[in-house]
Ligand binder design. Sequence first.
Ligand code: ATP
Ligand code: MG
Length: 406
Amino acid sequence: MQYDEIMVRYGELSTKGRNKRHFIDRLGTNVRDALHKFPDVKVHPNADRMHIILNNTDSDQVMKHLSKVFGIQTFSPMLKVAKDYSAVCQAAKQMVADQVTKPVTFKIETKRSDHHFEMDTFDMNRELGGFLLEQFPDLLTVDVHHPDVTIWVEIRVDGIYLSSEVIKSAGGLPVGTAGKGMMMLSGGIDSPVAAYLAMKRGVSLEMVHFYSPPYTSEQALAKAKELTGKLAHYCGSINFIEVPFTEIQETVKEKVPEGYLMTIQRRFMLRLAVAIAERRKGLAIFNGESLGQVASQTMESMRTIEEVTNMPVLRPVLSYDKTEIIKIAEDIDTYDLSILPYEDCCTVFTPPSPKTKPRIDRAQKYEKVLDIDGLMQRSLDGIKITKIHAGDEFLNQNEDVFAELL
Ligand code: ATP
Ligand code: MG
């Protein structure tokens, strides 16, 4: 069915008191961003509800995009008709014919903000309910307490609006209302899920991705970018920051005892992510670590890696099991990309048995022989930033996928 308006309910942010206006403005901006492909759509973020006027734009397409915008609890597509009872009847009849395929209970619920309209809410409920019962005697029975279907009728000054569906949306808080963070995005399963969860709490993210050519391929980089394109559906667009890591990895490999390779590499990654955050006004670092999954994800290891900074390092999937993470990855459509078998820079120089309880004093001692500032500076000089939009694709040659698999 082609609708005229989508009415958006805010949910959680309706309770945000003083910040409410800021939240609603931000949500308005994000919705406009998500719908930028539809030039005729008009977005009106009012205090209690947002009204999205479709102006003949395909309502299914608009709803598909809208369902991914954080900060929207539910929305309802609405038909608009002239202020005329028979027009209301025709529209309601069309709705039932379209949506009701098996016998259901129903009720009509009318709201009237235009008190000059000739029928009051009671009249409308009764008359329209009676009309629909006559039209669909085999499908409809009335139940005013627990109906399967409610048809809402809103009599406004500019017309009468009808809706019958409440569609659950992404929930969460509008991206951007919680400040900016740097997401350490690998090509794995966990970090895209962590990114999704951070955005859901209103964080606007920039992706920081370390790559080590020639040890990691162009395809590995493309995969991380394409994952970013999937995640951009939830916020419009995301900056992707690629950070060259080859020289650091080669130097660490040469100069640091094997048991501490992983720890020292991670300390460098974190230092670089923090340096980038400081330049770009980020307030925290996010990563995809979950407790106890691998050697670098023990608390001792986290402590020794985090010692290089006092910026918060936040881990949205810390307490999740792998199966829970995979379930979310499937829901947000990153899983199939994440399992493509491209080498990540972390797997390139991973020792067979990294220390699970690395010590801060040892890490500091092994780093004494390294030119930390020089290594970091050269890496930072080589960063490249790309703005990635929702659905952008970077991996497209199937031949290469198979070539790497062989
Ligand atoms: P993931 O599935 O996210 O890769 P993982 O369980 O494989 O996580 P690790 O590979 O040890 O664990 O990585 C832990 C975290 O370190 C990642 O979730 C990510 O935040 C960060 N990280 C690892 N490799 C990179 C990389 N090449 N670029 C940016 N961040 C990375
Ligand atoms: Mg990984």
